[in-house]
Ligand binder design. Structure first.
Ligand code: FES
Ligand SMILES: [Fe+2]
Length: 448
């Protein structure tokens, strides 16, 4: 039978719809020993904001593992398996010591690397502590986020430092939002920019500016660390072109959400950098930095005070909403969570606007299979001349006279010019990139 003739591909075919389709376990499962979980364990991930950790240990769950993050009284951070290796009491009740974390139950004390420092109830001559270890992972604190590496120690890569870190005159506010669905559908939201023209631009909706109502021209370009999904729109006498960057596996650098397309802007860098980190198969945290500076936020619409635990300063990301309000004005969270706890890829019907989603799934599957075959992953990215990894997420607004008729070719040409220039500019030190991009783009526009 021709697949077009299947009874579910006909009007009133509800009864015949395929049932019981299963999620793609290879891409979506994250626990220890699963192919996807093993792959994700080869990368550093942010696991908590520094602001979440007070004097007491912080219980967290990452990649399906229950853990406890703590800082000992010497200021060293540690990430331990949550249940004490003695008899399983949760170390969330542990006592931070000058060195290590002391279990509340029998006082066994664990160093940040899991070494047992003390078993105080055992006889003084006991050598038990030399042979027991608490599961531990390396952690690193960077600009208000704790990063952890949960993979095999022999394969630990250096913590990647991107050029979004340490930008001059820029404040980085941290945020971490718990989302009740599989990590992949949350990550896919960020590389599916066409949704902004619908979800965030519904008539009467509060979400984003009018320029988002224009359905963009779409494109995709590879970068050394993943790919950028490009959207280009005509708006009055301006052309606005924007790149949402996906760094494999779960990182994105995303431009300003408040763009109105009315003012020229050249190579405006990412307004936020965020990872989607699996908590377990059906929950994730959307965690990262929101950047503020006069150039990153020219309209002064951002608000660092509204970034933090379960909040960020633009619409559509609130967890707890009045259901009626959410129905009238749904945001990213409603769109993702309502796809299901784990979206079933076999039930989807992807279109041309899903190029980013397909590119991501392809790249993830390749990586997962490499790890499953026992291969070592290449380093995710090489630093540029100034020791940081270049990023490509950005937006540019140009004044370009409107042409008569179909402008598709013009818009695609501008998109290619701007974004290929931005990719090439990565060879330059970061403080020179802006001027270099501006010069090349102006020269290129003059030739169009
Ligand atoms: S259970 Fe932790 S010291 Fe006994
Ligand atoms: Fe969105």
């Amino acid at each position: 039978m021709n697949t077009m003739e299947h009874p579910w591909r006909r009007p009133y075919g509800g009864y015949h719809q395929p049932r019981g389709l299963a999620p793609d376990d290879e891409l979506t499962r994250v626990g220890p020993g699963t192919p996807g979980g093993e792959y994700l364990r080869r990368f550093w991930h942010p696991v908590a904001m520094a602001s979440e950790l007070g004097d007491a240990p912080l219980p967290i769950r990452i990649l399906g593992e229950d853990l406890v993050l703590f800082r000992d009284k010497s200021g060293r951070a540690g990430l331990l398996h949550r249940h004490c290796a003695h008899r399983g009491t949760s170390l969330e009740y542990g006592i931070p010591m000058t060195r290590g974390l002391r279990c509340c139950y029998h006082g066994w004390t664990w160093d940040v690397d899991g070494t047992c420092l003390e078993t105080p109830g055992e006889p003084p001559q006991s050598r038990l502590k030399e042979s027991v270890f608490q599961g531990a992972y390396p952690v690193h604190e960077l600009d208000g986020l704790f990063f952890a590496y949960m993979g095999p120690p022999a394969e630990q890569p250096p913590l990647p430092i991107f050029d979004v870190t340490g930008q001059p005159d820029t404040k980085a506010a941290t945020f971490s939002i718990l989302i009740d669905c599989n990590w992949l559908q949350t990550h896919e939201n960020g590389i599916d920019p066409v949704h902004a023209a619908f979800l965030h631009a519904r008539p009467g909706a509060t979400s984003f500016g009018n320029v988002f109502t224009v359905v963009p021209r779409l494109d995709l370009m590879e970068t050394p660390t993943g790919f950028i999904v490009l959207t280009t729109r005509r708006w009055k006498d301006k052309v606005w072109t924007r790149a949402s960057e996906s760094v494999i596996p779960n990182l994105a650098h995303i431009p300003m959400p408040f763009e109105n397309g009315e003012h020229p802007r050249m190579f405006g860098r990412a307004a936020f950098t965020r990872w989607v980190v699996p908590v377990d198969d059906t929950h994730n945290i959307y965690i990262g930095w929101r950047f503020f500076s006069p150039t990153l936020d020219p309209f002064g619409k951002g608000n660092p005070a509204r970034c933090g635990k379960n909040m960020i300063d633009f619409p559509g990301q609130e967890r707890e909403r009045d259901p009626r309000e959410a129905q009238l004005d749904p945001g990213d969270i409603e769109a993702q969570v309502s796809q299901g706890a784990i979206v079933v890829h076999a039930a989807e019907h992807l279109g041309t606007t899903d190029r980013g989603v397909l590119a991501l799934r392809r790249a993830l599957r390749q990586g997962i299979r490499k790890v499953a075959a026992g291969e070592r992953l290449p380093l995710p990215a090489s630093p540029s001349v100034d020791g940081v990894i270049p990023t490509y997420g950005h937006d540019t607004v140009l004044t370009i006279a409107k042409q008569d008729g179909d402008e598709s070719e013009l818009l695609d040409g501008i998109s290619r010019l701007v974004h290929s220039t931005v990719i090439t500019s990565a060879d330059h030190p970061r403080e020179q990139r802006h001027a270099w991009v501006e010069k090349r783009v102006r020269e290129g526009i003059a030739r169009l």
